[in-house]
Design a protein around this ligand. Sequence first.
Ligand code: GLN
Length: 245
Amino acid sequence: MSRAEWKPPNATGKKIGVLNLQGDVYEHLDHLERLNVAFMPVKQVEDFEDLAGLILPGGESTCLARLLRIFGIDKIIIRKFHEGMKLWGTCAGAILLAKSLMGEAPHLGLIDIEVERNGFGSQLDSFTCEASVPRVASKPIPLTFIRAPKIISVGERVNVLLRMEDFIAAAESPDVLVTVFHPELTPSLDFHRYFARKCGLQPDVGNKITTVWDRTSWMRLARITANDERDGTPPRGSVTTGDRS
Ligand code: GLN
C-alpha cells in the first residue's frame, strides 16, 4: 500500500477501526488491508459508527490515555464495547484495556487482567522471538516486544493464549484480545486474521505478504513527515514492494 494508493475505505458494512491518536496506526491498517477486510483509522466520536471491532495500537499508554480523556473517546469506546464492538489492544493498547495496572490507576478497565508496565526494563530491553500460539496459527508466529508490559495474571473469564517464562504475552475474553507484543511489526497476519474472525468478519485466508520482510521493514512506515501528518495520509512507502531505496 503506497501513500499515493491509499484511500479511506468506503466499503459499506462492518469495519475494523484503528484508534488513530498516537502510536503505530498505519502498520495495523496495512495488515488489515492485506486481509481484505474493511478498515479505517478512527479518532472522533462520529468515526465509531459501524465498527465491528477496534484496535488500540501500541505507543505510549500515558499519552494515549490523556488523549482519550481530552477528546472524550474513552466514553465512546466503553459505550460501543457494551453495544458489541470487539477490542484488541497491542502493547500500550493492552495497558489501556487492563482492569488492573500495578502501581497505577487503570484506564478503560475492559478486560480482567493485571498488567505491569515496562515489565522487561527500558527501551533497550526490547526483543524479538518466535512462539507457537495454537489457537491463532498452526505455525510459530514472530513476536516483537518493544518496552513491553507483562500480563501478570488473568481473571476467571479470560483465557491465556500465550504464556512465556514468568509472564502472559497474549490473552482474551469473549470480547477483548490483548497482546503485549506487536504483530503489526512483523510479516505475520495471523493475529489480525484471528481478531477479524472474532469480530465476525471474513478475512482472506491466504498470506498476501509475498516479498521479503525483514526485521526493519516496518520502520519505513514509521517515517511520517510533517506534511503526511498534516493531511492525515499515511507515510510514503509500501511494505509490499521490497524497495528500500
Ligand atoms: N512502554 C509503553 C507504555 O507503557 C508501551 C510500549 C509499546 O506500546 N510498545 O505505554
